[in-house]
Ligand binder design. Sequence first.
Ligand code: AMP
Length: 463
Amino acid sequence: MNFETIGLHASLLKALTESGYTEPTGVQLLAVPAALAGKDLLVSSQTGSGKTAAFMLPALHKFATAADAAQETQGKTPNQEAQSARSRNERPRFRAAQPKMLVLTPTRELALQVTNATDKYGAFMRRIKAVAILGGMPYPKQMQLLARNPEILVATPGRLIDHMESGKIDFSQLEILVLDEADRMLDMGFIEDIEKIVAATPATRQTMLFSATLDGVVGTMARRITRDPQIIQIAGAETRHENISQRVHFVDDMSHKNRLLDHLLRDVTMDQAVVFTATKRDADTIADRLNIAGFAAAALHGDMHQGARNRTLDGMRRGQVRVLVATDVAARGIDVPAITHVFNYDLPKFPEDYVHRIGRTGRAGRNGTAVSLVNHSETMNVRRIERFTKQTIPIDVVVGFEPKRSASPARPKAGGWKPGDGRNASKPGQRSFSKPSAPSREGNSYGKGARGDSAGRSRFGDR
Ligand code: AMP
């Protein structure tokens, strides 16, 4: 499924294309259709998983389609009427802001990120205003922002309460309530403020709650403020996959990568494998190449008809296909216990996808092996995965397939894991790539590190 088949409004599709988003992330894939269907959502996912778009795209879609309908029936949107009143010099009397959507966030930084993302996604909509109401912002400035009667308010709970109590905001028209990083808001002691705010909103609202965890106090609150919610659990940093031996092999170029892959696929401990590629075309090409080399390989990707996909998966389950060459979205949820190895021919776009990928092996209580074939230029991407998973991925070298460039001159040279011994010859921590970062809810995310990049995107380099 892509953004188009999910059925998003054309103006959003345009904005997504401009933003360079080609495919939905895992959380978007699950949350966007459910939210479009009007469901309440309880989502456990991390910063960096693409969760902002997961709640903002369905909300903007709703506003865009409502604006289209209003335009058709009345000729003018309510906002256009307000604008023409202004142009007739009729000064509107002070009215409390009546937002249609409220996003509560624990911090100012996150509120600003959400507002910026909203501006980006809503760039081609007829009119949509999102403002951030934050502690620390001068009061007159906030009054000015509220006077514009924005459709979307993004706020930290404390400051919002002040405005609510002084009658500057009226939530009677609220359609969508989002609690972003709800666990953090509770950690910060916002529970009473949140309860008060929620109580001021209509019971008919759609509620979406995002949190690193849905257990404990958060879970209790989440269930109280949602109705028959769809629960979406996205694998997070805490999914440690300790039964999966992970390693990185550095390669010099494509030919080195292909030779090493063929060699590793001959490992006698290998039963079945999934090889992940960045593109559908690569999945086809590599599957063809592996077949010629004598492996029973098959491709699996989103351009294949459902019938063909089902046949391939059946072949995998029956053991006729030994090597599945797949893209992320197509391979999501594959549950074949005989998959002993996962190979990242290309690294995934999101660290979250790395966790999904390696989780295709080591199923049903078995052990598994996950190998990433990495170019020296992708070092940063491996680090981001390590930060996200809070695990160090050892570097390994196979004798006869050593890269010309050593991965890190400061580190000891790799010994020799040989296919067949079925374990990682690296002493964990010895040839490690980098030390795990100190646990931090924000620091473990992929998005966080890349947020400062000029493209404003946190994807790994474009391929
Ligand atoms: P978030 O988890 O919402 O903070 O998003 C993390 C980063 O991923 C942000 O920089 C987004 O712009 C980016 N992002 C979100 N969805 C996608 C997507 N489908 N494709 C590429 N980048 C995305």
